[in-house]
Ligand binder design. Structure first.
Ligand SMILES: [Zn+2]
Length: 134
């Protein structure tokens, strides 16, 4: 799996969103072209939960329409882990239905080098995808 490239400005948006939403999980979509993210679409966590999330469908549809208008693709589904490492939880794995996206998790408790990680679901098993800062 090719690495996902995320510019520093967007990494900072993810950290800010994760902190702003804590202790609840927050979520969003990352879009761009050819594995390079150029837009973060923050989404409301309809569950308002500390350990899982559900995106609001209307917000998802609006983001996907905007991607179509701009000619970009949904590259990743992002959410925060306010109190756990940046690893796919059992629930994350169970609910990872969307094909051909990378699941990106920001942890607020992991050391900086492990705070942002990406995973591709391969036959139901998460495999880490490198995230490159650009
Ligand atoms: Zn999670």
């Amino acid at each position: 799996m090719k690495p996902l490239e995320i510019p520093e400005a967007i990494r900072l948006q993810l950290v800010d969103a994760a902190h702003a939403g804590a202790p609840l999980e927050v979520c969003g979509l990352l879009a761009g072209r050819e594995g390079r993210v150029d837009t973060f679409y923050p989404m409301t966590n309809a569950d308002a939960s500390e350990d899982h999330f559900t995106m609001v469908p209307e917000e998802q549809f609006a983001a996907i329409k905007d991607m179509r208008d701009k000619g970009t693709q949904m590259l990743a589904i992002w959410h925060s882990h306010p109190a756990s490492p940046a690893r796919m939880s059992d629930e994350d794995i169970r609910l990872a239905f969307t094909p051909d996206v990378i699941y990106v998790i920001s942890s607020l408790v992991a050391p900086a080098a492990e705070a942002l990680r990406g995973y591709a679901m391969i036959d139901g098993v998460p495999e880490e995808v490198a995230i490159h800062e650009i």
